[in-house]
Design a protein around this ligand. Structure first.
Ligand code: SF4
Length: 347
């Protein structure tokens, strides 16, 4: 197995390191009470001191954490190597458990018209440990700020960046998290705008952990989708339908489903005509869930659909037998949509 960047650095520092020491180090990294190499009591003192001198214990540092007024959403702007900022979010769900949203890239090349991150362009991919350390950061935050029993139960890769455009680092982060936490494959969702060669890779790759997948569809009409996602192309929809059928044939079951994300944009993709197209598209594939996302306003030129429009859209889907959910809006008062906090701080 290839070493992650962090493990590679450790092996370079200690060339004859036995594997069990790496396992001890990884275990310590996922213990939120441990905050420094010097506290890793399973390692010899000399090793702790060398690590403390030569390697940061955390690959990211917090710039700012803001909490929503209701206290259920916490958003962090964090600094990565090179000084750039990314975002990660902690959200309390209805069952009192916590979901975190992690970023996979600094910026993003996909240029989705409604997205603040898309305006930044791609700056760089995050290393696996920079993704993992977003989880570690929130684990430590929970220990310091929440109740004893509070824990992170779900992870969504829906922050800044297109996860499948950073395939190997995302895969490595997933496998590490699955190995060292009790968060299982059906509690992790990787959300993609639909990079088809990488979606094919997911199907073919035996090392890809079968976490849930969500594809940001946003419209089942070719022209409308292109307006929202400029990197979309003419035969995207039939190709996605074909991939989705094969994906469901292989992995679909009661607990492992495929989701199409659909951000509700006023007068763009929220009409009855669009709902009918979407229902027909989904019904031709099989059991795909549709998740309607109320738009969190950014200064990107799109406006949010009204609650009544979302309700009517949902009813059209319901009537046609589509399994549909509407995402709970959270943290609007702290600019919780992807890329907004970093952009706000830059202004
Ligand atoms: S919505 Fe996601 S894929 Fe699209 S530009 Fe924003 S971060 Fe990238």
């Amino acid at each position: 197995m290839a070493y992650s960047n962090r493990n590679q650095q450790i092996v370079e520092l200690f060339p004859k390191l036995p594997n069990y020491r790496l396992a001890q180090i990884e275990e310590a990294l996922f213990s939120p009470e441990i905050r420094s190499w010097l506290d890793v009591s399973t390692l010899p003192k000399a090793m702790r001191e060398k690590l403390d001198k030569d390697m940061p214990f955390m690959s990211v540092t917090v710039d700012e954490i803001v909490a929503s007024i209701d206290g259920d959403t916490h958003k962090a702007a964090i600094i990565v190597e090179g000084g750039q900022k990314i975002e990660t979010v902690l959200m309390k769900n209805k069952r009192g458990m916590f979901t975190i949203c992690v970023s996979s890239q600094v910026g993003c090349a996909m240029r989705c018209g409604f997205c603040a991150t898309g305006k930044m362009g791609l700056i760089r991919n995050l290393e696996a440990e920079e993704i993992i350390d977003q989880l570690r950061l929130w684990q430590q935050y929970l220990v310091d700020n929440m109740g004893e029993d509070d824990r992170i139960s779900n992870i969504v890769y829906m922050g800044m960046g297109e996860p499948l455009a950073n395939y190997e680092n995302v895969k490595s982060s997933l496998n590490t998290i699955l190995k060292h936490t009790d968060i299982g494959t059906t509690r992790i969702t990787v959300s993609t705008v639909g990079v088809l060669p990488r979606l094919e890779q997911v199907l073919a790759d035996e090392d890809w952990p079968h976490v849930r997948m969500a594809v940001s569809l946003h419209s089942a009409d070719k022209a409308t989708r292109k307006e929202i996602v400029p990197t979309s192309y003419d035969d995207f929809l039939p190709k996605l339908a074909d991939w989705s059928r094969r994906y469901l044939e292989r992995f679909g079951n009661r607990r492992h489903h495929l989701t199409f994300e659909y951000v509700m944009l006023k007068d763009i993709n929220d009409t009855k005509h669009h709902a009918t197209l979407l229902a027909n598209f989904v019904n031709r594939i099989g059991t795909v869930r549709v998740n309607l996302i109320p738009y969190n306003f950014t200064d990107c030129g799109f406006a949010a659909s009204t609650i009544d429009t979302i309700t009517a859209f949902r009813e059209t889907l319901d009537k046609k037998g589509v399994v549909v959910t509407t995402r709970r809006t959270q943290g609007e008062d702290i600019a919780a949509a992807c890329g907004q906090l970093v952009k706000k701080n830059e202004k």
